[in-house]
Ligand binder design. Sequence first.
Ligand SMILES: Cc1ncc(COP(=O)(O)O)c(C=O)c1O
Length: 275
Amino acid sequence: MACIVKGYNCILTTTDKSAEEKIAQLKALGAEVLVCPNHVPSDDPQSYYSQAERLAREIPNSFYVNQYYNHTNVDAHYHSTGPELWNQTGGLITHYLATVGTGGTISGAGKYLKEQNPSIKVIGVDAEGSVLTKFHQTGILDKSEIHSYQLEGVGKNIIPSNVEFDTIDRFVKVDDRSSAFRARQLTKSEAIFAGYSSGAVIEALMRMRREFKPTDVVVLLFADHGSKYMSKIYNNGWMQKQGFIRKIADYAPSYQIQRRLERVFNKYIKNYGNI
Ligand SMILES: Cc1ncc(COP(=O)(O)O)c(C=O)c1O
């Protein structure tokens, strides 16, 4: 959208893990989208990181956005998301939970919030298969942690400089399956049409639920919208292919799982108020 307004050509690289709706939307807005393999290491010439770098090198007068290392990403959230969360909670926010991909959202808003009140806890939501949690705990990029997963925009196989680890108090790792059900559950119980990474944040919240006091003001950041995942988590065929539900004809058991999750969720809301 920014490129349309500014009159720029826009070329984006992504992986074949991206939901097809996202790619279609970018193309509809006039972007050229280069879909790269997801399974290759970050430094492979075919990776979406390497391809973006290559295009920026080869195309005259181009600008490489470089979202993982360009600090304006963090700055944007420091100047917008952070103040928004602080003002809209009247300064009462005690915990901030957000998924970590490039790190911009958590680092920028988290830094702003901690400057207002250093006791605010900033919690990063990470994916099984990502290196971020272990790096936060040990300072080591452990490649044995890396495996492919379905969550989009959550976790990384690199350490982006935009993840400011000093701002993040702790990470919570979540899995593909629970996050998918959480998003579906949120959509049906709250009419918030949540995307996949939003489901990941809910899953992290539920894993931490016993740690909160009734007076805590816990803010969850939902980074994406469910309409971008109609071919994935809102598609029972895809859910079945992942092994998240059994057969489509056999949908009742997964519905029962969902009901069970809803009961836990409703109990949480009853005890701690709505989220
Ligand atoms: C769907 C989705 N959720 C969450 C995130 C994480 O946000 P950030 O990159 O600011 O860490 C991203 C980022 O790319 C994303 O695409």
